[in-house]
Design a protein around this ligand. Structure first.
Ligand SMILES: *Cc1c(COP(=O)(O)O)cnc(C)c1O
Length: 378
């Protein structure tokens, strides 16, 4: 029988398979592209409206607007909700810089707080950070898992704060039977290729249930223009390309299959890796009765992280560390460094991501686990 060491020679498992995003349904994608391009429908056309309406149905919200990317989605969502003007906005430090940048570009001040043991914003830390200037909370539905929305909603109600969700990593994730991106006044989603629902370039969307917010989002993504050409505010050009929308609409039809495959892979990792006390794993897909986690990422912690990653890399397994290993307060150029956030800092020192995406085979997952077995056996 071949040993692990002999088998790894033929197996390369990149962290994410960008080509498979296209080759998995190449002919169907090309046909769609051909149709849209030949019809000359490039910007704000029927394919975009169709996708927006299908995504709104999927989320069970009234409005979805396609925008240029997930960062714009958050900036526009914040502005559409009236956040700006030196308001304070509370968000977790364990997030992509984009979350804080959106707050900054909306004209507000990012206030970073620590996360809990599940890597999501800690409601107790949020409560401690509320001041008279606090206007909103931006929970980040990180790694495909939804924050404790009940606790956050209670705080928001008690202090008169808005909730605007960063759901860039959480399409399809649920809390109490409700989907991420439907709890607050508005939410931002990303369709960056490696996200749960990825397009072939940049893309994003804002979701909201509120008429007035929807009206503002519609203006803000299109130069602040109304339907009759009046301009009501300074704004941006940030519209989801029609051809990307058509492709996303196709992919949305089979999206639940992708989610189930991610949950299957997470269950396999959980089964194989929970025997190692040195690893701190995310919860398995059946461990939480309130939530449905969709595993945008499989983020685990290990004190000997760098050695383990080196070992996996040497055996063909690609892994990454979120944000390159630095939380938002750890980028000195942003001027948000005057806080100490022990859980976030521990996570930055010990966490990394294993490959998890719908194009991984069971054999790929087994190989990753074999290589981890190898590491702990030596
Ligand atoms: C990807 C991501 C964003 C930004 O999305 P883009 O489409 O890349 O602009 C924002 N927040 C989080 C948590 C993300 O992972």
């Amino acid at each position: 029988m071949a040993t692990h060491r002999e088998r790894e020679v033929q197996r390369e498992i990149p962290f994410f398979d960008y080509s498979a995003l296209f080759t998995c349904r190449e002919d169907a994608f090309l046909e769609t592209i051909q149709q849209v391009l030949a019809g000359g429908r490039f910007i704000l056309q029927e394919e975009l409206e169709r996708f927006e309406s299908h995504l709104a149905d999927y989320l069970a919200v009234r409005y979805v607007f396609g925008v240029g990317n997930g960062t714009d989605a958050l900036t526009i969502a914040l502005r559409a909700c009236g956040v700006g003007d030196a308001d304070e906005v509370i968000l977790p430090a364990h997030t992509f810089v984009a979350t804080a940048a959106a707050v900054h570009h909306a004209g507000a001040r990012p206030v970073l707080v620590d996360v809990g043991e599940d890597h999501l914003i800690d409601p107790a830390r949020v409560e401690a950070a509320i001041t008279a200037d606090t206007r909103a909370i931006v929970p980040v539905q990180l790694n495909g898992r939804t924050c404790d929305m009940k606790a956050l909603q209670r705080l928001a109600d008690a202090h008169g704060l808005l909730i605007i969700e960063d759901a860039a990593q959480a399409l399809g994730s649920e809390y109490g039977g409700r989907k991420a991106g439907t709890f607050g006044r508005a939410a931002g989603f990303s369709f960056y290729p490696a996200k749960l629902l990825g397009c072939f370039g940049d893309g994003g969307a804002v979701a909201t249930d509120h008429d007035d917010v929807a009206e503002r989002v519609r203006l803000l993504r299109d130069h602040g223009r109304t339907g009759n050409g009046d301009v009501l505010a300074w704004s941006y050009n940030s519209r989801l390309d029609n051809v990307q929308a058509a492709l996303l609409d196709m992919k949305l039809e089979s999206f639940e299959w992708d989610v189930e495959r991610r949950r299957e892979i997470a269950a396999m990792y959980d089964r194989r890796l929970s025997r190692y006390p040195e690893l701190r794993l995310p919860l398995g897909p059946s461990d939480d009765t309130v939530r449905r986690d969709v595993y945008q990422n499989y983020e685990l912690e290990c004190k000997r992280r760098d050695e383990l990653r080196q070992h996996l890399g040497d055996h063909g397994v690609g892994t990454i560390i979120q944000w390159g290993g630095r939380a938002v307060h750890q980028f000195s150029g942003l001027g948000l460094g005057d806080v100490s956030l022990p859980v976030t800092e521990r996570i930055m020192d010990t966490s990394f991501l294993l490959p998890i995406h719908p194009y991984l085979s069971d054999e790929d997952v087994a190989h990753v686990c074999d290589m981890i077995d190898d590491f702990f056996a030596s």
